[in-house]
Design a protein around this ligand. Structure first.
Ligand SMILES: NC(=O)c1ccc[n+]([C@@H]2O[C@H](COP(=O)([O-])OP(=O)(O)OC[C@H]3O[C@@H](n4cnc5c(N)ncnc54)[C@H](O)[C@@H]3O)[C@@H](O)[C@H]2O)c1
Ligand SMILES: O=P(O)(O)OC[C@@H](O)[C@@H](O)[C@H](O)[C@H](O)CO
Length: 404
């Protein structure tokens, strides 16, 4: 028998099924009703399989197939009535989100959906709930709270007061490399499996006023402060990914594993990590171990994580993965060549090098990509008078690979 629905998820995709749904599977008292962002296809396919799917845990030499059953209902994001009913259900205690960074823009889809759901919950008198953003955003709890309060206040100040009294925004660091599923991954008895890596990490901080699953059974950790862990992951893993996505694809590489085994890319990655590590508030030995583990994870030749997938939405990612290091290094009086290289490689990508641009926010940057200073004016106006940084970025652009 399926578990009762006690979690609602927004952003049914690959990562959620490799991560939060997998952790929830360790506690059979908790079922999930999951909603896609937009499309109906995945919800329909999962519904035909009664929510079951196979997690293909792909190690460097073999696969471990794990059938997952924590999703008990799947809906297309367009089913607004099902969404409101699900969030209003008094049995539901937790709402998780994986909608990508861009969806948190003010007036964006995260605010819209959450406020519609919370308004229905308030009307139904269903009481408190925890909202857990699992997107790669610094301060993902605060970012979620901000867009929810902003919209609720504008629509109905009484709803905003209810949110303040009833909603707990939980901060998280999430990590499990999960490339997009391709037709080659499909199994005889499963049209919608998910391929992921063996490594997984989940660190959370915050209250769950209506209870939560025993996610620690899968290894999740509850801490007072996620910020050091989030900074470690965003700068070293995601920042390293962005470097490889732009600089590696310009060299002709297609995947993370191909790029990281190229000695040139590897040297650039080490230089970026040396600079970024100075701004991660964790002990040096922890960072050394994390870097070593990351190299193994990135090099897994059986995980086909395309640089094009990671390169998408650079206008949302560069400001949080790279700019903080540029800023901190310049404030410390250093010229960070590794960080400037990520910036230069992204500008080169906007000019047409490497992976194609797939980014709804790219246009103003593409229009200014001929001038490093003008890109900085949009990206980090406090740095657009920094002639030394601009000259270094221009030098790196002149040295950018010619093979495209
Ligand atoms: N894939 C990973 O390795 C990974 C790891 C850690 C964190 N994450 C976080 O999870 C997010 C989702 O990753 P995924 O691999 O599941 O991606 P995905 O493309 O499968 O997207 C997940 C869901 O979000 C929806 N969506 C995306 N952008 C949207 C938009 N602008 N408007 C409406 N709906 C939208 C999609 O339709 C889908 O339902 C990432 O952006 C990241 O923040 C991913
Ligand atoms: O998923 P995105 O688009 O935010 O970023 C692409 C990758 O850097 C990211 O998905 C990592 O694989 C992930 O964060 C690993 O936990």
């Amino acid at each position: 028998m399926s578990a009762p629905v006690r979690i609602v998820h927004l952003g049914l995709g690959g990562f959620f099924r490799a991560h939060q749904a997998w952790y929830t599977g360790f506690d059979d008292g908790w079922g999930i009703a999951a909603f896609t962002g937009r499309s109906a296809a995945l919800a329909e396919a999962l519904t035909r399989q009664d929510g079951r799917y196979t997690l293909i845990v792909r190690g460097p030499s073999q696969d471990d197939l794990q059938v997952q059953t924590s999703i008990v209902a799947a809906f297309p994001g367009s089913d607004a009535a099902a969404w409101r009913d699900a969030v209003a259900d008094p049995a539901v205690a937790v709402l998780t989100i994986t909608m990508t960074e861009a969806a948190y823009a003010p007036g964006g889809v995260v605010a819209d959906r959450l406020v519609a759901g919370l308004a229905a919950r308030r009307l139904a008198g269903s009481g408190p709930i925890a909202i857990v953003s699992c997107d790669n955003l610094p301060g993902n709890a605060d970012a979620t709270a901000h867009v929810v309060h902003e919209l609720a206040q504008r629509l109905d100040p009484a709803l905003d007061e209810w949110v303040t009294a009833n909603v707990s925004f939980v901060a998280t660091m999430v990590d499990r490399i999960t490339p997009r599923t391709t037709s080659e991954d499909v199994l005889d008895d499963d049209l919608v499996p998910v391929v992921t890596e063996p490594f997984t990490e989940w660190i959370l901080s915050g209250d769950f006023p209506a209870g939560r699953p025993a996610w620690e059974r899968g290894g999740a950790r509850f801490v007072d402060d996620v910020v050091p862990h989030e900074t470690r992951k965003l700068l070293l893993l995601n920042g390293g990914h962005s470097l490889l996505a732009y600089a590696g694809s310009a060299l002709g590489h297609e995947t993370v594993s191909a790029a990281v085994t190229d000695p040139q890319c590897r040297a650039w990655l080490d230089q970026w990590w040396d600079e970024a590590c100075r701004h991660v508030p964790l002990p040096a030995d922890e960072l050394t171990a994390y870097r070593a583990a990351l190299l193994e994870r990135f090099a897994n030749p059986r995980i086909r994580h395309t640089l094009a997938q990671i390169a998408a939405d650079g206008s949302q990612k560069i400001p949080i993965r790279v700019v903080p290091v540029l800023r901190a290094e310049r404030s410390a009086g250093r010229l960070p060549t590794g960080a400037a290289r990520v910036l230069a490689a992204w500008i080169d990508h906007l000019r047409g090098a490497g992976a194609p641009v797939a980014d709804a926010g790219a246009q103003p940057y593409e229009e200014r990509a001929g001038s490093v200073r003008e890109v900085l004016t949009l990206l980090a106006p406090d740095l657009d008078g920094d002639t030394e940084l601009i000259a270094e970025t221009e030098r790196l652009l002149r040295e950018a690979p010619v093979r495209r």
